[in-house]
Design a protein around this ligand. Structure first.
Ligand SMILES: Cc1cc2nc3c(=O)[nH]c(=O)nc-3n(C[C@H](O)[C@H](O)[C@H](O)COP(=O)(O)O)c2cc1C
Length: 324
């Protein structure tokens, strides 16, 4: 931080965290904590919540990366943009990012549009209408991933989508055979109002044999007759060059930038991470895409009926006071 840049205040922190917590997270586990330290804002992995999502530390880093992107946007819109260091302390892997105040400037139009999309974005697990996503929107989404050091590959053609779907189903079967995973999903499925977890009403309809892609089973809602999923979904894979902890936090930022750009373009999106969570499936997915780098998330995009945002814990519950 140079002498010119005003340190962040607890007021800045609270406002920005209000936006950060709207980020998507694995099972809506919200595995993050935020604090103010020496005039900078820090994003930490919540170790307790990390334990409750099993071995999926990858998911914690992606979720925190998405929250980090929202923090950046909120600070930029407040005229106090940040420079970010990911994993700033070698000896403390819990601290995933540190944001330091950059030179004050008014927010760019693009930052405002993405920021405005934060409150509207939500996972939409319902069938989409099947109308095509225009090429210029697709390339804007690929650019959004690239702007955060990621890549976004659209899976084009029935055979290629079928191959990705097969990998996803195989991964889903592997996961569903694991009693710890089944218990974990049940633990994060909410039938009563709660500030975290996935409410049954947004969990998507029950899977049917004709479904091309597997749904994560957050409670089972019966399917309305004739309301099948679109037969030719637009599927995209988001990835990063490598797969270090730092790359995964960056991938979370790229994910959120893509999701917000998609929301801004009026698209609905759902996420499928089963093929990322099973190492053999992840490798198959990489080979199917025919590229170097590491897949970090599979997305289904399209036009659909607006869904419902899921609850979040309030900012005060996820802000730590620096003990020093
Ligand atoms: C790392 C990660 C993995 C996810 N995997 C899935 C998934 O496999 N299936 C799914 O339906 N949603 C998945 N989601 C979406 C979350 O369940 C969702 O973000 C969370 O419930 C909050 O809801 P919202 O996105 O509507 O705000 C994933 C999200 C993240 C960040």
């Amino acid at each position: 931080m140079t002498a010119m840049n005003t340190p962040y205040t607890s007021e800045d922190l609270r406002t920005a965290v209000g936006a950060a917590v709207r980020a998507p997270s694995l099972h809506n586990s919200q595995p993050w904590r935020f604090r103010l330290r020496d005039g900078g804002i820090e994003v930490c992995a919540d170790e307790e919540r990390m334990r409750s999502v099993g071995a999926r530390a990858w998911g914690v880093r992606l979720s925190c990366g998405a929250a980090l992107f929202n923090l950046r946007l909120a600070l930029a819109v407040a005229g106090k943009p940040a420079t970010v260091r990911i994993r700033p302390y070698q000896d403390d892997p819990r601290v995933l990012a540190r944001l330091l105040p950059d030179r004050a400037r008014p927010a760019a139009g693009a930052e405002r549009s993405l920021y405005d999309a934060i409150a509207r974005r939500h996972s939409n697990r319902t069938p989409f209408w099947g109308s095509p996503v225009p090429a210029d929107v697709r390339s804007a989404l690929a650019n959004a991933a690239r702007a955060e050091s990621g890549w976004l590959d659209f899976v084009i053609g029935t055979a290629a989508v079928g191959a990705v779907a097969e990998i996803a189903h195989a991964a889903n079967r592997v996961l569903e055979r694991d009693p710890h995973y089944v218990a974990e999903l049940a633990r994060w499925t909410r039938r009563e109002p709660a500030p975290d977890g996935v409410p049954v009403r947004v969990g998507g309809p029950a899977g049917e044999p004709q479904d091309l892609l597997p749904q994560r089973a957050f409670g089972v809602r019966p399917r309305a007759p004739g309301r099948d999923f679109e037969p030719e979904p637009l599927v995209a894979v988001l990835g990063s060059a490598r797969d270090s902890d730092t790359d995964q936090v960056s991938a979370g930022q790229a994910l959120q930038r893509v999701l917000l750009a998609a929301t801004d373009a009026g698209l609905a999106v759902s996420m499928l991470s089963q093929p990322i969570e099973v190492p053999a499936a992840r490798e198959q997915l990489r080979l199917a895409l025919g590229r170097y780098g590491t897949p970090q998330m599979v997305l289904r995009l399209g036009h659909g009926q607006t869904g419902f945002p899921t609850p979040r814990r309030p900012a005060d519950d996820v802000i730590d006071i620096d003990p020093r």
